[in-house]
Ligand binder design. Structure first.
Ligand code: HPA
Ligand code: ZN
Length: 337
C-alpha cells in the first residue's frame, strides 16, 4: 500500500496521547487480577476483555468515555505497571514511524488512589529511556490536570513537592488540562496556568472538543496556552481562526477520537481542509488509542488521507509544522526536519 508506506515514513510527532489511554482491555484485566483490583460487578461491560472492548465501540459522549477511562486506570499500581503501559505505546509509536512523542498523564487520578507520583514517573521514565535507546524516539511528559475537579485541588497537586521536583529536573516539560470540558471553563484555572508560566513550563489545554470555541479563545487569553488540544470547534469562529493562524498556535487534532466520542459523525467533518486553507497549524494524533478502536497515530493519518486526499507536499507541511510546534530542543527539531 503506497499511501500507507508514504504516511508511515513521514517523521511524525505525536502531541496528544494520554498514556492511560494506551491501556487495552486485555492488559486492564491482567493487571486487575495481578493487583487484586475489583472491577464494577454491576456493569456487564466488565464481564470480560471482549465485552469491554464491545462497550468501547459505542461511547455516547466524552463523559461516557471518561467513566470507563477512570475505572480502567484504577488497575495501575506499581512502577512496572506504568512502565509496561508506556512501553506498549512506544512499541506502537515505533511501528507507526513516530520520531518524537509528547505524552499526557493524569497524576490526580493516581494520587487519589494512593499511588505515589514517584511511582508513576519512575515507570514512565524507564519506558522513555528504553524508547530513546531502542527506537530513537525522543519524548516529553505533559502533566495534565483534571478540570472536573475543584481548581484549588488542581493547584494543590501542582504545588506538591514531588511534582515541583519533576518540573525542576525537566522530567515534565509542561502542563495540560483534560477531562469533562463543558461547564469547566478555562477561567477556573488562571492561577494554575500563571504558576506554570512563572516556572517556565510549556502550556496547553483541551478546548473546543465538546466545548464551545469560546473556550479556545479563553484558553489563549486567560491561560496563555501555546497549543490547543482538539480545537475543532474553532471552525465556528472565523475571526479566531484568523488569529490562531497568525499567531501560529498549533492544534493537536484527534480525528478518530472525535468520531468515536460523537463530537463529529465522520472524519470528513474534521475541518482539516479549512485549517489548511486558513494557514492554521495542526498535528494529527491518537488521543486514547486503546479506547478508540485500537487506532494509533498512523491509523489517524490514514483516516485523514482517505477523507481529504492531501498532496505529498501538504503532508510534509503537516509534519514540518508538527516538528516546529514540538516542545523539544531546537537541535532535536533540526534533526527531525
Ligand atoms: N478529552 C478530555 N479528557 C481526556 C481526553 C479527551 O480527549 N482523553 C483523555 N482524557
Ligand atoms: Zn485528549
Amino acid at each position: 500500500d503506497v499511501t500507507r508506506d508514504f504516511l508511515k515514513a513521514l517523521p511524525k510527532c505525536e502531541h496528544h496521547m494520554h498514556l492511560e489511554g494506551a491501556l487495552t482491555p486485555a492488559v486492564l484485566f491482567k493487571l486487575a487480577a495481578k493487583n487484586n483490583i475489583s472491577l464494577p460487578s454491576d456493569d456487564s461491560a466488565f464481564t470480560s476483555a471482549e465485552t469491554l472492548l464491545q462497550r468501547y465501540e459505542r461511547f455516547s459522549s466524552l463523559d461516557d468515555f471518561l467513566h470507563y477511562y477512570y475505572i480502567g486506570m484504577s488497575v495501575l499500581i506499581t512502577a512496572s505497571d506504568f512502565e509496561a503501559l508506556a512501553w506498549d505505546y512506544f512499541e506502537h509509536a515505533a511501528a507507526d514511524g513516530v520520531v518524537h512523542a509528547e505524552v499526557f498523564f493524569d497524576p490526580q487520578a493516581h494520587l487519589s488512589r494512593n499511588v505515589s507520583y514517584e511511582t508513576i514517573l519512575q515507570g514512565f521514565n524507564a519506558a522513555r529511556v528504553r524508547a530513546q535507546r531502542e527506537f530513537d524516539i525522543s519524548s516529553e511528559l505533559i502533566c495534565c490536570f483534571m478540570r472536573h475537579l475543584p481548581a484549588p485541588d488542581c493547584e494543590a497537586t501542582f504545588k506538591l513537592e514531588d511534582v515541583q521536583a519533576s518540573y525542576k529536573r525537566g522530567d515534565v516539560v509542561g502542563i495540560g488540562l483534560d477531562s469533562s470540558e463543558n461547564n469547566f471553563p478555562p477561567e477556573l484555572f488562571k492561577s494554575l496556568y500563571a504558576g506554570a508560566k512563572s516556572l517556565g513550563l510549556r502550556r496547553t489545554a483541551h478546548a473546543g472538543e465538546e466545548g464551545p470555541s469560546k473556550y479556545i479563545e479563553d484558553s489563549l487569553d486567560l491561560l496563555d496556552v501555546e497549543r490547543i488540544d482538539h480545537g475543532i470547534r474553532i471552525a465556528e469562529d472565523p475571526k479566531l481562526m484568523e488569529r490562531v493562524a497568525k499567531q501560529g498556535t498549533l492544534l493537536s487534532v484527534c480525528p478518530i477520537s472525535n468520531v468515536l466520542l460523537q463530537c463529529l459523525t465522520s472524519v470528513a467533518e474534521v475541518p482539516i481542509r479549512k485549517f489548511i486553507d486558513a494557514g492554521i497549524r495542526f498535528s494529527i494524533n491518537s488521543d486514547d488509542p486503546a479506547y478508540f478502536g485500537n487506532n494509533y497515530i498512523l491509523d489517524n493519518y490514514i483516516a485523514v488521507q482517505n477523507a481529504f486526499s492531501l498532496s505529498h507536499s501538504e503532508w510534509r507541511t503537516v509534519c514540518e509544522n508538527s516538528i516546529r510546534g514540538s516542545w523539544c530542543s531546537e537541535t532535536r527539531k533540526e534533526e527531525m526536519l
